[in-house]
Design a protein around this ligand. Structure first.
Ligand code: GAL
Length: 654
């Protein structure tokens, strides 16, 4: 795995560039991502390009032995462009145009903005496409950041109508699919259909879901435009995009299908602070991040791209500026995050950013260097990580994991549209199940619901509301334990309740029918072996006896043959118990890891990470080898430390 950094030569006097590049190389970095916000410097006035500074920056980095990933600047259309075409800006759900003055102020659907993007990307690709130092491209920057995927602009409305016409052909088909007879919502032509915002009460959920699908397709189309240009002008270079943490507003599997490498931006402390985690977790892991946040995304994005190629484009190096609170990572965490990425098969880990910038929005965001150029604690850990990684010989391609977890972006849009209970959050359900699997020490691949599942030993679908017969048939042919979580098969693709009720087509292989569902407010809970089961519960009609029941006597889990259906939002204890049973059916070894410890196998190595605030001893841990040969760390693990040992009897790959 290469180490790199995100560098902004345009922020610094040119006198610093040579020294910066030399210091990067001396620190063990071999890659720099540059350029993604530079439109106003590349084209200061319409049609007048200024390449000279970028020519020099790229040569300096290349001369120092760094490979360059060049970002296209389309996340930041310059002022003159916005003034020329004021309606390229996105419009929010309240109908307010997003203003110029930060970034991502464009609407994916605007045809003239797409032309402008094609023009600047072509110019850039023609100039640098064959430059020996340029080894890869990043399209735009973080699609979806700052809630910019779904836009309610005029351009989006026009494009949506075309999208609907292509999908339904006949407006009566749309009326039937959406159930528009309800509340007199029937349309006489596609031109009458508006985006689903500013309605008096909630819009038709089918209307909303189609709008989310449309918005996602617009991102795919926008990205593909750039990918096609870059491929044509820059043969042999890898094309990437940097995805985000817990952002699901577009289908990353669809965007990833056009990329060579899926990358993502890893800010574990910021994500812990900003998302749903309990106050207790937020305090316990404030300086480490929840033990599964980074790993979850590593495994998710590995599954988003051809051949499983992926990397970390931006790695948190110290405190960030954008969360509610921004603590400093514990000493050791930047090193640990780097090793965790390597353990999951990243091709590169690139720290954001090289030097903390003293001006503008991100002046409080740490870099590898302080604003005065002194090395920051994160920089020192990057050096240590580079030295440690040099001792490992990791396989080029990560091996298939034994466990597949199915992740559906569409499921998330569907449940956001119709949560039915305030805290039914799909991503959280998936994350909790992922975490339960990881606490058993299992390697996990997170894959698309349409992925081929041959070769896996067990498959978990935390919830798949729109369940296809093909998937059931595919799984039935594989002969492995499978679990479907609550609300699976509960909707048709048109967002209707299926005639046979939930779990839809699963009923053919597992005779259970969901007669009624209920959501439960916090505190309104059932009990499973001392643990609280809340949020969601279904009444199951079946002749089968439940495999697991709640203390009330109601069934929670049903099984027939290889298939299981879970009729509740499980407690962590229940999830672990179910997965341990399935793993033993699949003849997989599991560990009962302490709360703060995680393991990951890669090549002939086992990586262990201690995410806890206290010391941890690996000695005597259930199933861990006695005579392990440690290449990094020891069996006595300090907080925020990692250890790597060779699996006994297994050679590291040559
Ligand atoms: C990312 C973004 C970077 C920078 C960074 C700060 O979301 O891609 O440009 O803003 O966050 O943490």
């Amino acid at each position: 795995m290469k180490l790199g950094c995100c560098y902004y030569p345009e922020h610094w006097p040119e006198e610093l560039w040579v020294e910066d590049a030399r210091r990067m190389a001396d620190m063990g970095l071999s890659q720099a991502r540059i350029g993604e916000f530079t439109w106003s410097r590349l084209e200061p006035e319409p049609g007048r390009y200024d390449w000279a500074w970028l020519d020099r920056a790229i040569s300096i980095l290349g001369d120092a032995g760094l490979s360059v990933i060049l970002g296209t600047p389309t996340a930041t259309p310059p002022k003159w462009l916005v003034d020329q075409m004021p309606d390229i800006v996105a419009v929010d759900a309240d109908g307010r145009p997003r203003k110029y003055g930060s970034r991502r102020h464009y609407c994916f659907s605007h045809p003239d903005y797409r032309k402008e993007c094609a023009r600047i990307v072509t110019a850039l690709a023609e100039r640098y496409g064959n430059h020996p130092a340029v080894t890869g491209w990043q399209t735009d920057n973080e699609y979806g950041c700052h809630e910019t995927t779904v836009s309610y602009s005029q351009a989006a409305a026009d494009a949506f109508r075309k999208w609907l016409a292509a999908k339904y052909d006949d407006v009566d088909a749309l009326n039937t699919a959406w159930g528009n007879v309800f509340w007199s919502m029937e349309y006489r032509s596609f031109d009458e259909v508006d985006p689903p915002n500013l309605t008096v009460t909630e819009p038709n959920p089918a209307h909303m879901l189609d709008y989310r699908r449309f918005a996602s397709d617009e991102v795919v189309r926008f990205n593909r435009l750039q990918v096609d240009i870059l491929r044509a002008h820059s043969p042999g270079r890898d094309i990437m995009h940097n995805f985000m943490g817990f952002v699901t507003d577009f289908d990353h599997h669809d965007v990833g299908a056009d990329l060579d490498i899926a990358s993502w931006d890893s800010y574990p402390l910021g994500f812990l602070e900003q998302y749903w985690f309990s106050e207790e977790d937020k305090l316990r892991y404030a300086r480490q991040g929840h033990p599964d946040i980074a790993a979850f995304h590593h495994d998710l994005y590995r599954g988003c791209c051809k051949h499983g190629r992926w990397g970390v484009m931006e790695q948190q190096p110290g405190p960030v500026n954008w969360a509610r609170w921004n603590p400093a990572p514990l000493p050791g965490m930047v090193h640990l995050w780097t090793l965790e990425a390597a353990a999951h098969g990243a091709e590169f880990c690139s720290y954001f950013r090289w030097r903390q910038v003293p001006f503008a929005q991100e002046q409080m965001h740490a870099g590898l260097l302080r604003p005065d150029g002194e090395i920051a604690p994160g920089g020192e850990e990057a050096v240590r990580a580079a030295e440690d990684l040099a001792r490992l010989d990791l396989p080029e391609t990560p091996a298939q994991a034994p466990v597949a977890l199915l992740f559906s972006y569409e499921a998330d849009w569907l449940f956001q549209t119709q949560p039915q209970g305030k805290d039914f959050r799909y991503v959280e359900l998936v994350f909790e199940m992922y975490s339960a699997l990881r606490q058993l020490g299992l390697n996990i691949d997170i894959v698309a619901p349409h992925a081929r599942l041959d070769g896996y030993k067990m498959v978990i679908a935390p919830s798949l509301p729109v369940l296809s017969q093909e998937l059931i048939d595919h799984l039935a042919a594989l002969d492995l334990p499978v679990l479907f979580g609550p609300r699976s098969g509960s909707k048709t693709a048109d967002f209707q309740i299926p005639p046979e009720l939930g779990p839809g087509p699963l009923q053919k292989v597992l005779p259970v029918k969901v007669g009624r569902v209920e959501s439960l407010r916090p505190g309104l809970e059932e009990v499973f072996e001392g643990s609280a089961v809340g949020r969601w519960k279904e009444d199951i009609e079946t002749d089968l006896l439940p495999e697991l029941s709640l203390e009330s006597g109601d069934g929670a889990l049903y099984q027939q043959g290889d298939f299981r259906y879970l009729a509740v939002w499980p407690s962590a204890k229940m999830a672990k118990q179910i997965f341990a049973t399935m793993a033993s059916e699949a003849e997989l070894t599991v560990h009962n890891l302490p709360r703060d410890l995680r393991l990951r196998r890669a090549g002939g190595y086992v990586f262990a990470c201690n995410y806890g605030p206290g010391n941890l001893s690996l000695a005597g841990l259930d199933g861990l080898p006695k005579n392990a040969e440690f290449l990094i760390g020891t069996s006595e693990m300090k907080p925020a430390s990692s250890a790597v040992w060779q699996k006994p009897g297994e050679e590291a790959p040559q």
